[in-house]
Design a protein around this ligand. Sequence first.
Ligand SMILES: Nc1ncnc2c1ncn2[C@@H]1O[C@H](COP(=O)(O)OP(=O)(O)OP(=O)(O)O)[C@@H](O)[C@H]1O
Ligand SMILES: [Mg+2]
Length: 447
Amino acid sequence: MTDKLTKLSWLEELYMLSQTAASVTDLEEALNLMLRHIADGFSAGSGTLALVQVDQQVLEIAAGTDLPREAIGRHILYGQGVLGKVAQEGEPMLINGTLDASKTSRPSGPLTRRVPSSSMCWPLKLKGNVMGVLAVNRFEPQQGFDDKDLQRGGIMVNMLALVIENLRMHREQKQRIAHLSDLNEKMLEMNRQLANTQAQLLQQEKLASIGQLAAGIAHEINNPLGFVSSNLRSLNGYVEALIGRVLAQPSTMTSDEELQYLMEDVPILVKETSEGLERVRRIVQDLRDFSRIDAADQWEFADINAHLQSAINLGLTEFKDRIDIQTDYGDIPHVQCLLAQLNQVFLCLMINGVQAIAGKGTMTISTGVDSSRQQVWISVSDSGCGIPSENMTRIFEPFFTTKPIGKGIGLGLSLAYSIVKKHDGLLTVSSSEGHGSTFEVRLPIRH
Ligand SMILES: Nc1ncnc2c1ncn2[C@@H]1O[C@H](COP(=O)(O)OP(=O)(O)OP(=O)(O)O)[C@@H](O)[C@H]1O
Ligand SMILES: [Mg+2]
């Protein structure tokens, strides 16, 4: 029966087992398979494999063909029992017949269920160091092992030592790779968080500086606007009085053609000027509404339609010639929001829309409320170039831009996204390449 050991097929099988073991994640299972194969080769009734614990004078039972499940993992001290002795001395041992009680003393309770009649135990050595021990046993009425068996096994266990070391290294490598990829994932996450924080900071800076600028300009214009308007009103009164006086004069004056022309044209000029001033006043009001620097981080109920119109007046007027701007405002309730930040979102979507339209085109800005009256929606639609599908998931990433350097830094949408998220809202997009895009903001009415 021991001939099995010398058969090529048996060796080949052991080799195959060691190979598959490398891909088996459960080391214990792999060791069990190999131990079973070896025990079978020796026609042994049972086998035990114990490995030396790193930096400890202790063996740990790693596999056993005839052991109760709980025996796996149990420790054996060096010098204790047959396994402990072989580990300590580093020499193989053959025991036939009744075992000496001192040699068989067990760490705690019997490891095997039956008492063997013959046992062989080898140290597994690697570069002179004992890394474990392997024992096989036979039971009555089987014939006992002999010295030849012990010798043959010696060669084989050397090979096993190599296989086990390989397995250990393989497992360690796997653990290290898992650990590294874990670290890598954590680093990527930290990177993402960093980019987001940076984006938030930039947003605050951007908001603050735009707000400050807008508020500053509005304030500066407001003063002269006040006295120019007031002076114009006075001027209008004076002109009217002057014309009244002239008309009351003798006909020589009223027949003066030049004077006639002045009297007709001055009131028209004054009227046009006051219309112009009214427009300036509206722009200043929009700027003030838009900046709301004093209320930058205050929640307030706001008329979204009015603020969309402010954003249009501010951001889109200069494009009126090439872009047809349509509005369709629904009858929506006031929304609790951080107004200055929401204005940023509207402006960002509108500017993106304008930038997506190469020549002439249309932009439609509409609002509405959902049927449960819990949410309002704002949609900004353009007839521009659209977004290629491969970019759809990326456009909200900070610093993603398809625009040339100097034209865009790729922060608009990521800022808009984080602002809308701060409102517990949703910013979504639908687009078809070459046909335009629609961005939709959904906001809860109150928080
Ligand atoms: N309405 C749109 N139509 C087509 N593409 C769009 C539209 N809106 C956004 N995009 C795409 O998404 C990208 C990211 O937009 P985002 O507003 O975040 O940055 P940006 O406009 O490039 O730069 P900026 O920081 O100045 O806003 C754009 O570069 C563009 O490719
Ligand atoms: Mg943009």
